[in-house]
Design a protein around this ligand. Sequence first.
Ligand code: HEM
Ligand code: SF4
Ligand code: SF4
Length: 511
Amino acid sequence: MIGRVHSIGRSFYELLRRPLARAFESKQNPLNQLGALTIFFCWIVLVSGIWLLIFFRTSVSAAFESVEYLTHEQWYLGGVMRSLHRYASDALIITILLHVIKEFIFNRYRLNRWFNWVTGIPLVWMIFALGITGYWLVWDQLAQYVAISTAELLDALPIFTDSMAGNFMSDELLSNRFFTLMAFIHLIGLPIFLVFGIWLHVFRLNGPRINPPRRLMAGALLCMLLLSVIYPAISHDKANLAMAPQALRFDWFYLHVYPLIQRWSPGWVWILLVGISVVLTIAPWAPPAKKTTVAVVDLDNCNGCKRCADDCPFGAIEMIPRTDGTNYTHQASVTDDLCISCGICVGACPTATPFRSKSALVPGIDLPNRSAASIRQDIVDQAETPSDDPRVMIFGCRDDRQTEIVRKAGGNVVTVRCMAHLQPSYLDFVLSRGHADGVMLLGCENGNCDYRLGADWTEARIARVRDPWLRKRTDTTKIAMGWLAPWANIANPVKRVGAFRDALRVTEGDT
Ligand code: HEM
Ligand code: SF4
Ligand code: SF4
C-alpha cells in the first residue's frame, strides 16, 4: 500500500523534475539541493533580518513607523532587505515542502533515516512560529489579525491562566513588554533553537550538503533581488485595535491555517496540526521497514586504514582500538542500527580487489548478501566472447528502474547496491582481463543518489582524486558514467549505452 503511494508520488514528481532536468545539470538542479537551498534561504533571512533589526523599534507605538521608514525612505536598502526577508522566508516553505515530499516518495525516511525525518518535524513548527511572529512585529492590520487569531489559538490550550486575547482589547491594554517579548522570540529565541535544530537534523550524516553549489546560490539570490525590486513587500495600514482589519493581502505560505481558526474553532485547528505532526512522526515505522543485512568487518583483512569510515554516508563505521593483538592500531566497527547496506564501504576498502585469488576475495568489510566475490563472479559469468562489435559491461544500481530497461533491451548488466559499492579496481579487472571492451556505470545522478554520496565518491575515485582510485593504466575513455534520475521512466539509458558503443567503435577503428 505505502509502496503504491510512493510510486504515485514519484509520477507527480516526474512532472516537475523533467522540465528542471532540461534546464539544469544534475548538481545545479534545485530539486537535488532542497535541504541545502532551505539553509541558504535561512541565511538570506538572517542577514536581511540583521539589517532590519538595526532600524526596528520594539514598542507598540514605534514599530509600524520604523518598518515604514525602512520600506519607503530607505527603499533602496532597507526596503530591499525587507522584501528579501519576506521572499526568502516564503521560498523556504516551498523548499521544505518539496524536501519532505522527495524524502517520502523515494523512501528515504525509514531505517536509519528515521532520525533525520523525526528531527525535521520540529523544524517546521519553528519556521512557522518564526514567520507568524515576524508578521506580528510589523504591527499593521495583517499583524493585528495574526496577533488576535494566534492569541485565540493559544487560549484554546490549557496552559495560560490569563487570556492572551485580552491583551488585544485596545491599544492601551497592549503593553510594550508583551511586544518586546514577541520581538525577543522572533529575533533571538527561535533563531537559536532553529540553528540547533538544523544541526541536530544533519549531524549524524557524513558530509551533509549544507551549501548549494555557488551558481545555484547566485541564481537564487538574483531571483529574490529581482522580485524584491519589482514587487517590494509593503505593509497594510497601521493596526488599530478599535477596528476590525479590512481586506487583507494574505501570505498563504505562512497563514494558510488562519482562516480555519474562525471557520472551525481553535480546538479543531490544534487537532489538525497535532494530528499531521503525529502521523508524520510515526511514518518511518508505518509499516516498519525490513531491516537490511549490515556490513561485516573481517579483522584478518582489515588494516585499519579508515577509508570505509571516511566514505560511509551515514556515519555507521567507527574506528576503534584493535582487539586482535595485531600491530595495527585501529579496526573498523559497524554500528548495526546506522547501516543500510549500501556497500559504499566495500567500494572504499583497498582489500576489496577482484585481482586477489578466488579463495582470498574476503575484503576487510563486505556485504553478506552481495559480497565482493559474488560481484566478481557475475562479471566473469557475464563476460561475452570477443566479437567485432564492442562489448559493453553495464553496472547498474540494485533496484533502479533504468537497469531493468537496459536489461530488457538486451544489455549486459551486473547489479551492485550503489555505484560506489564498486571498488575502482573492478573496472580495471573488467577491461584488463578482457571481460568487456567498455564499462558503463548507470548510477543515480549527483544529489539524487539513494545513498547520498554514491555519485560523488565514484566520480572522485575515477578522476583519481579520492582513495581508492583507478589505476593509471586503466584507459578512462573506455569508461562511461551515465548518471540518471532514479526511477524516471525514460528510454534514455538504452540510447546512452548505444552512444557509448558507437564511441568505442570509433576509438577501436582509430587504433
Ligand atoms: C528547516 C528545515 C529543514 C532543513 C534546513 C533541512 C535540511 C536538510 C539537509 C541539509 C539534509 C542533508 C542532505 C544531504 O546531505 O543528503 C537533510 C536531510 C534529510 N532531511 Fe531535512 N531539512 C529540513 C526539514 C526536514 C523535514 C521537515 C523533514 C521531514 C519531516 C526532513 C527530512 C530529512 C531526511 C529524511 C533527510 C535524510 C536524507 C537522506 O539520508 O538521504 N527534513 N535535511
Ligand atoms: S577500508 Fe577496509 S581495511 Fe580500511 S579500515 Fe575499512 S575495512 Fe579496514
Ligand atoms: S554498507 Fe553503507 S551504511 Fe553500511 S557501513 Fe557500509 S557504507 Fe555505511
